[in-house]
Design a protein around this ligand. Sequence first.
Ligand code: PPS
Length: 418
Amino acid sequence: MAFRLYGHMRQWSLQNQCVLARHFSKQNHLFNKLGKQFQTLHKPFRTKLDCSLYNRRWTTTNTSSQQPTVRTQALLYATYGSFALGGFLLIAILLRELKKKRLQWRGIFEMKVPGMKRLGMYKYKDVTLPEFVVNELENIEKFETTADDIWVVSFPRSGTTWLQEIIYLIQTNVNTQRAQSKFLDTRFPYLEFMTPGIKEIEKMPSPRLLKSHLPYSLLPRSVQDNKPKIIYIARNPKDVVVSYYYFVRLLYPVTRYDGEFKDFFNLFLHDKVMYAPWWRHVEEFWDRRHDDNILFLTYEDLKKDTDGTIDKVAKFLGKTLTREQKDIIINHCSFENMKKNPATNHFWFETYGVADPKKGDFMRKGCVGDWANHFTEEMNQQINQMVGYKFRNSDISFAYRGTHFESDNSETIEQIAK
Ligand code: PPS
């Protein structure tokens, strides 16, 4: 486009101006008409617009001395504009390519995730990571954790928030007032997220409470050396994928994802959702469940036996709770209470434009087995096969309805959903 315009200019100076003027005259026939109307309608105004395209007739008969200047100027501006635009585009493309190459040297590869229109997704060490995590990878690797730190780690949508609130209360001598006075994300920050950011987290006093969705293999190197306490929470993959689907849609302003459930299900199955593969995430912690600094929990156990699971967590943290304290925790951390508590329900997502309130809530249903309302028989078989295959050498099992059982192939979805 820019070259064509420049060509027109060269033509202008070399050939008869009238030839070009005739060319414009044809193209601007409509402009001429409009110009005439404009002249009659806005006569007093016209004198001010001496250089306007509207108050000239671009015809072969017009030989006004100003005519070529106006046209030349217009063409010049258009040329400069095109060059500038082209230049910016070129620089943007070059910078993008450069960033891509730099990431590739570090083993980070950009991915195409169908439906994820806004959020950039990458593969690093076979893990799917969103752009905001990739930007922090170097700082994450270098982050110094201490033996006093307490971590909650999970694959997204596995009950992290629930467990975080329980741990916060256990650690603060069940101070519910303090818990209600600040957002959970401030009290118990998400390591790899932009806010508050690693620099701020580093300044927090010990013992720090930290949340991460990273698999064990991508946690900071210091985790292996300093062995902080890590409480891992896993959830059955069927409920994870349903909860995750609604979550990614909720974050529409960030993800621009509005695909159907079956499409998201396929992304999950093909390890294309953030922090996937799910099975590897779980396996890495399951294999370390006997380590002194690791406690492995499940969402389904926390749901079925909240009391007993709180005891386990307290014991792991070296705390003893009275019956009364436990009751306060159970009540404060019930689904209904956490859903209406602004410090835990992530309503700030909406305030900061991260979530689209029309698409639902962060705290959705909080139950075991909602997958049966979304899965087809085929999906159910696919997940069962995936779990069976990936964990073929493992003794792990998942509860899909609140009780553990090895396989639910024998029951139909309708039976399970009841
Ligand atoms: S996130 O975004 O990854 O941190 O989400 P996460 O907190 O891991 O998981 C969100 C799901 O946990 C449910 N939840 C609860 N269930 C029962 N009781 C309580 N108190 C509770 N708090 C959170 C939440 O509703 C999400 O599950 P779904 O199935 O979508 O409702």
